[in-house]
Design a binder for this molecule. Structure first.
Ligand SMILES: CC(C)(COP(=O)(O)OP(=O)(O)OC[C@H]1O[C@@H](n2cnc3c(N)ncnc32)[C@H](O)[C@@H]1OP(=O)(O)O)[C@@H](O)C(=O)NCCC(=O)NCCS
Length: 149
């Protein structure tokens, strides 16, 4: 890896790279409820400025998805390519997304982390996010799936 990753808004040409990155990070099993490319395209239509990738040497090396429900901002599906982890790229991705949230007037952010994801938990704590152990997360899927995400 030679070039410093450039952080920018996602483009259609990034979709296959984003799917590959989520697969490498083990985030494909539950976190994509349908066809990954369709979900990405749909999300790009909704909050295009909040869907961010990092590109290096022509490939996607990090991704994060911000969402806005009219009430709170949410952060979803942050992933950094495994060989680039612990170099500060995850932090840069979140800082860029936070800047974009603030520019959009969104100042309260929520996210979920698997309880077994010790690295993820340590990452969010290091960035100043506060764990809320008293809150439980409920799911009710109005289709045939039992996908928890
Ligand atoms: C979590 C993830 C995005 C972090 O990305 P990253 O680029 O490695 O993070 P950074 O280099 O910016 O780390 C910032 C700080 O977070 C903490 N941190 C990050 N990863 C950590 C780990 N695996 N274990 C302990 N602390 C960690 C450290 O304090 C780190 O600072 P340091 O390297 O100076 O000690 C990355 O490990 C990843 O893609 N994991 C797989 C997907 C995933 O779990 N995503 C999160 C879903 S909520």
């Amino acid at each position: 890896m030679s070039a410093d990753p450039v952080i920018r808004t996602i483009r259609s040409a990034d979709i296959s790279g984003v799917v590959a990155l989520w697969e490498e990070a083990g985030m494909a099993a539950y976190e994509l409820s349908g066809d990954a490319a369709d979900e990405i395209t749909s999300k790009m239509d909704r909050d295009p400025d909040l869907f961010i990738v990092a590109e290096a040497d022509g490939g996607v090396v990090a991704v994060v998805m911000g969402t806005w429900d009219g009430h709170r901002g949410r952060i979803k599906r942050l992933a950094v390519r495994s060989d680039l982890r612990r170099s500060g790229l995850g932090r840069r991705m979140v800082e860029e997304l936070e800047r974009r949230f603030v520019d959009a007037g969104i100042r309260r952010i929520r996210l979920e982390v698997w309880s077994h994801n010790e690295g993820g938990l340590a990452f969010w704590e290091d960035l100043g996010y506060r764990l809320q152990p008293e809150i439980r997360y409920f799911v009710h899927n109005l289709d045939d799936s039992d996908d928890p995400c």
